[in-house]
Structure formats: structure tokens, C-alpha cells
Design a protein around this ligand. Sequence first.
Ligand SMILES: Nc1ncnc2c1ncn2[C@@H]1O[C@H](COP(=O)(O)OP(=O)(O)O)[C@@H](O)[C@H]1O
Ligand SMILES: [Mg+2]
Length: 249
Amino acid sequence: MPPRVLVVGVSGPSSSGKSTLTRLMRDVLPRATTTPPRRALILYEDDFYKPEVDIPVVDGVQDWDCPEAIDYAGLRAAVAHVRACGTVSAAVEEQSKEDRNELGKPPLETAAARALATRILGDGAGAVLEETLVCLVDGFLLFNDPELVKLLDVKLLLRAPYAKLKQRREARNGYATIEGFWVDPPGYFDDIVWPGYVRAHRDLFVGGDMDGPLAPAAVDAGIQVPPELDMTMAGLLEWALAAVIAALA
Ligand SMILES: Nc1ncnc2c1ncn2[C@@H]1O[C@H](COP(=O)(O)OP(=O)(O)O)[C@@H](O)[C@H]1O
Ligand SMILES: [Mg+2]
């Protein structure tokens, strides 16, 4: 019998902390008491890019930051497989290149994350979690495909101030892709990444203000944003774990 599976979408703009947060959550969530016990799984939307020839080109530059660049059917099938079987399919595991993407020194040590989780999960929530396999879906465009949204039990949208996102993105060396290694050309954050994020998400916010409150329709859809725009990683972890616990209640 596959265990109960809780699918948690962790979305947000580039460099908002999705991959750092999902890896910390995987490390601190209790193992599901299957045989053998299983820790939380991560599916990476970045592993479901279309082949490079199908990435849209805007003014001569590839746009990897729009929904048209993503193979949503493939990602949905991967989520469905986890739900049905309690494991990541061998094919997805094999094609994943996300392990080659180093995140650098995390802004929160694993030991501190564990202590925080022990505090939050201590009062019985940990026991419920042991009967549940958490599947984290890490992706910058999770809420643009209505069929994918239906598969997510928890929908978290990370945010951070524009200037911080830009600074973090520009500090990155680049990204492992299916075909090789991508390095941003000059101006890529302002020309492509940020406008792409705004275009795909402005309807989720009142008046299209990316730093403002969620629009009622987004709240109704179950999307949650952190309590503040500028959060520490500890703050994000605490908020995300509380959302997971709330979903199990
Ligand atoms: N809340 C935060 N506080 C401090 N640093 C952060 C925070 N979120 C992300 N970072 C840093 O920003 C960089 C990008 O984070 P990452 O998790 O790779 O973002 P994403 O997966 O959303 O693109 C990493 O170096 C990470 O340590
Ligand atoms: Mg990432």
C-alpha cells in the first residue's frame, strides 16, 4: 500500500529560496513509516523544461521564464506517479539534473532547521506526519497550469523584494540544463526573469502589485504567501511547516 501522500507546491520567482527551502523541509520532516521508512521527496519543475529547440525566443534571446517553456503534462504525470506509488518514477529520477545545481552555503544550517522543526512538530503533528509521505514540488511557475494546481494539496508562493531577488540571481554562476550549462546574458534579470514573473503572477495580487496582498481569487484557490515580503530562511521554514501541519488537520 502506498502511504498517504501530501503534495506541497513551493513556487515563487527565481532566487526566492524555493530550492533552499524544499531541501531543508526534506531534511527536517519526519520520515514516513513505510517499509523502509521514506523521507520527503522533491520534484523539480526545472527537470521538466521542453527541449532547448522548443524554448521561445524573444528578440533573439531564449526565454526560459515563461509557461510555454515548461512540459506541464510531464510534470503532472510525475506528481500522479508519486501519488499512486509513493516514489519518484525511475525515468524522472534518471533525467533529473537538479542535483548538479549547487545552492552554495545555505542561509540556515541544517542543525538549526532541525531544532526549529522539533519545536514546531513536537506537539503531536510529527506523529501525523509519520503516516504521510510529503512530496515537495519546487517550481517557479506552478500556478499557471490549472490541471497541475488541482494536484497540489498545499500551494506556497514565496516572495522577496525585487532588489534582493536581482542581487541573488546575479550572484549565481549559472544553471545546469538538460543540454549543458546556462549563464545569464547581461540584463537578463531585468529583461526576461522579472517581467516573466510579473506577467505570469500579477493576476494573483490586488491591483497587480507584486508586493501587495493576494487577490481574493488567489486566496480562494488556496494560494498562500509568507506573512512578510522579506523573510529569513528560518521564518520561511516555520511558515511552510505550519502550512503542512494545517493541511493534515
Ligand atoms: N530568505 C532568504 N534569506 C537569505 N538568503 C536566501 C533566502 N532565500 C534564498 N536565499 C539565497 O538566495 C540564493 C537562491 O536561493 P534558491 O533557493 O536557489 O532560490 P530559487 O530556488 O527560488 O531560485 C541562494 O544562495 C540562497 O541561499
Ligand atoms: Mg531553484
